[in-house]
Ligand binder design. Structure first.
Ligand SMILES: Cc1cc2nc3c(=O)[nH]c(=O)nc-3n(C[C@H](O)[C@H](O)[C@H](O)COP(=O)(O)OP(=O)(O)OC[C@H]3O[C@@H](n4cnc5c(N)ncnc54)[C@H](O)[C@@H]3O)c2cc1C
Length: 393
């Protein structure tokens, strides 16, 4: 048996024994926040076991709490988890954004402090990028930081800060040289959220939830040592973080999401009948098939790109392609699901709607935001044109 086959067999056996029933199928995925409780003991157990194994962040180096897996081993782990519907033990801005960025740009001290806490599921992060008037034109941001002794003193405002209400730390882009050209006077800092200088105000979304916030800084403090990368060169660090964000690396490495196809087929058969094991209505079958083919094509393309990247790291500008296609597929998924359910697919409240139908409507509305967050899809198309296809400005 080859080394990878052996790894697969060991992994399968370990997962069978250690992944509790409550960590399989849909359910809570912990993000490490000290302000969120884990109610299901199986979820707690799963987090603890995966922390011990280093598999909350399977491909990070062992010295920072990771599993030290190669890209091939990581892919196998994800495939084996998927085969038993095991949820990831940990997910969030720590594992997917600031962690990989610190691995590339952090000092040894920053890695020892922050990466190990993320890996041990002890902290959740939020992202302080967008400001009123500085979204797509992010480099025009005005929140300012000045060094005073051993601290950065921060004043200004961020907006659309997802999860700020339960984040412990924020990574933030700030202006440190107001006289430099707009891309060159920006620095990248790490900031604790629980302090007097930080105020959070929730913003309600169309779905009725308030997953994001306005965040105000009045003499908020960050440690001098929590500057990531060089002073006034934060734009480079900040841009790289966005590539980690846009890659959707976990689903990417596993070969795409598969996009919940089986539930679409079930809904379609329920609504339109079944003939010889297939959806009875040809036009509906075609729509479902198109969705499936697009999902699989994305998955295969993502997987090829990961396998081709020699060091197994997040790819560069091609991540914009993944961002556009995967978010449009998410929207297609909810369009399909709601459309297939007829009027039941657009319920907001009332006893006549099933519980999952009400959740579906909210998700359908929520995912309208997917083509905006993480950089709008129009802007991603500009990046693809310029940086991937090499078209002129
Ligand atoms: C659900 C959600 C969560 C978010 N979470 C966070 C977060 O945690 N942290 C954070 O910092 N930000 C967050 N954001 C903000 C997000 O990054 C911005 O909304 C996004 O970058 C767009 O900026 P904007 O809203 O200011 O729109 P604008 O930049 O004002 O754009 C308005 C419209 O103009 C288009 N447009 C702008 N410039 C161009 C161009 N050059 N070419 C073509 N079209 C263009 C855009 O595509 C868009 O349709 C979140 C947003 C959403 C919706």
């Amino acid at each position: 048996m080859g080394q990878l086959d052996e790894f697969r067999a060991d992994t399968r056996a370990w997962l069978a024994e250690n992944c509790p029933p409550g960590a399989r199928g849909p359910g809570q995925v912990y993000n490490g926040s000290t302000k969120i409780e884990i109610h299901d003991p199986d979820v707690r157990l799963w987090v603890d076991r995966m922390v011990e194994k280093g598999w909350t962040v399977p491909n990070w180096p062992k010295e920072y709490g990771g599993g030290g897996l190669s890209t091939e081993e990581y892919l196998i782990l994800l495939e084996e988890m998927r085969s038993i519907s095991a949820r990831p033990a940990l997910s969030g801005f720590g594992t997917s954004m600031i962690g990989p960025t610190l691995l590339e740009f952090g000092t040894e001290e920053q890695k020892q402090t922050h990466l190990t806490r993320i890996a041990r599921a002890e902290v959740e992060w939020c992202q302080g990028y967008s400001e009123p008037g500085s979204g797509s034109d992010l480099a025009s941001l005005r929140t300012a930081a000045k060094l005073d002794g051993d601290s950065w003193v921060i004043n200004g405002q961020k907006i659309w800060t997802s999860g700020a209400q339960h984040a412990d730390w924020m990574f933030i882009l700030v202006r440190t040289d107001p006289d430099a050209s707009k891309h060159e006077g920006i620095s990248f800092l790490l900031l604790p959220m629980d302090q007097d200088g930080v105020t959070i105000k929730p913003i309600r979304m169309i779905s009725g939830e308030s997953p994001f916030n306005e965040t105000f800084f009045d003499d908020a403090l960050a440690d001098k040592g929590d500057l990531v990368g060089e002073l006034n060169r934060g734009w480079t660090v900040g841009k790289r973080l966005l590539q980690h964000e846009r890659s959707g690396m976990e689903s990417l490495a596993a070969g795409g999401t598969g996009g919940g196809l089986s539930s679409v087929v079930t809904t379609a058969k329920k609504g339109y009948g079944e003939q010889d094991g297939k959806i009875a209505e040809p036009a509906i079958r075609e729509n479902v098939l198109r969705y499936e083919m697009d999902s699989r094509s994305l998955g295969l393309t993502q997987r090829r790109v990961v396998e081709e990247s020699l060091d197994g790291k997040t790819p560069g500008f091609t991540t914009s392609i993944f961002k556009v296609v995967s978010t449009e597929l998410q929207q297609d998924y909810y369009e399909l699901q709601t459309g297939l359910r007829g009027t039941d697919g657009y319920g907001w409240e009332g006893d006549q709607f099933e519980e999952d139908a009400l959740g579906l409507t909210r998700n359908w509305l929520y995912y309208r935001a997917a083509s905006i967050y993480s950089g709008s899809n129009e802007v991603q198309r500009n990046i693809i044109a310029k940086r991937v296809l090499g078209l002129p400005d």
